[in-house]
Design a protein around this ligand. Structure first.
Ligand code: SAM
Length: 260
């Protein structure tokens, strides 16, 4: 097909997007929700219940058997949806491997899916500092860390993550970490980012989770502190010359900040 000719499907699709955009703009929305998939649930780009997401998993997920076991166990938990998306976790592990990561910070462990994911790819003398306030959640995944033979790489700290980050800084560990994953209370995101930026070395990576926050960042309400906080950091990161960034529509959205 020549470049100037479009099929009927493309023409109809383009017209529909135009109508959706106009409808969104006329309705006073900054962005038409149709761009983000199922508008009712505000799911980002590819919904977790979509066939396309299943296809992605079927054709790219190489999940360690114990990670799979932990994922299925966590899905049974009433708060199972807090778990990181498995395709996103795999991407983060690949990036961490690429930069030969040895030291990782996990802010928000939950049942420990991503903690295990990271511990599995670190060298034997590598370390994940795993921060959470809720030991009950962590205890669900801990036996699997042991079963996987990586328990010795995990330094679990049960207290507020901001305290742990302060301790690491006070211990002279600034600029020694390779990778940090921010995935705890959203109101503290800016604080976590600034502290991680001190702790991560040049060339290291900070991954910030839930940057799309189920689509709520499109129209942040003034009384919604979590959304305000995420949106604030998204705007700040856009102009932050200390890092290069990529915002990726995977899971609930993740921004990678590459420290310069
Ligand atoms: C979205 S879950 C983390 C998911 C996890 N990264 C994974 O791999 O599945 C958020 C976690 O942050 C923890 N959390 C909330 N506030 C915290 C705080 N101030 N300090 C440390 N952890 C906190 C919660 O207990 C919860 O386990």
């Amino acid at each position: 097909m020549p470049w100037f000719s479009v099929s009927k499907e493309v023409a109809v699709g383009t017209a529909m997007l135009g109508v959706a955009f106009a409808t969104g703009v006329l309705a006073g929305k900054k962005y038409p929700s149709i761009f983000f998939g199922a508008s009712k649930s505000s799911k980002a780009v590819i919904g977790k219940d979509s066939l396309l997401w299943q296809y992605i998993l079927d054709h790219s997920l190489r999940e360690h058997p114990l990670l799979k076991k932990l994922r299925l166990l966590t899905l049974d938990h009433p708060w199972g949806r807090m778990m990181v998306s498995c395709d996103q976790a795999q991407l983060m592990a690949n990036l961490a491997k690429l930069i030969k990561a040895k030291k990782v910070i996990e802010i928000g462990v939950f049942t420990g899916y991503n903690t295990l994911n990271m511990a599995l790819i670190l060298p034997d003398n590598g370390r994940v500092v795993a921060c959470d306030i809720n030991e009950d959640y962590v205890n669900i995944g801990k036996p699997l860390w042991k079963e996987a033979g990586v328990e010795h790489k995990i330094d679990l700290r049960i207290k507020r993550a901001s305290e742990t980050l302060d301790e690491l800084l006070a211990d002279g560990e600034a600029e020694t970490y390779d990778f940090a994953f921010i995935d705890a209370d959203k109101e503290s995101y800016n604080e976590y980012y600034e502290k991680c930026l001190c702790l991560v070395r040049k060339g290291g990576i900070i991954a910030i989770d839930n940057v799309l926050w189920h689509g709520k960042v499109l129209n942040p309400r003034k009384d919604d502190l979590a959304t305000q906080s995420i949106h604030f950091l998204n705007e700040k990161l856009l102009r932050d010359t200390r890092v290069n960034i990529s915002m990726i529509p995977i899971g609930d959205g993740v921004t990678f900040a590459f420290k310069l």
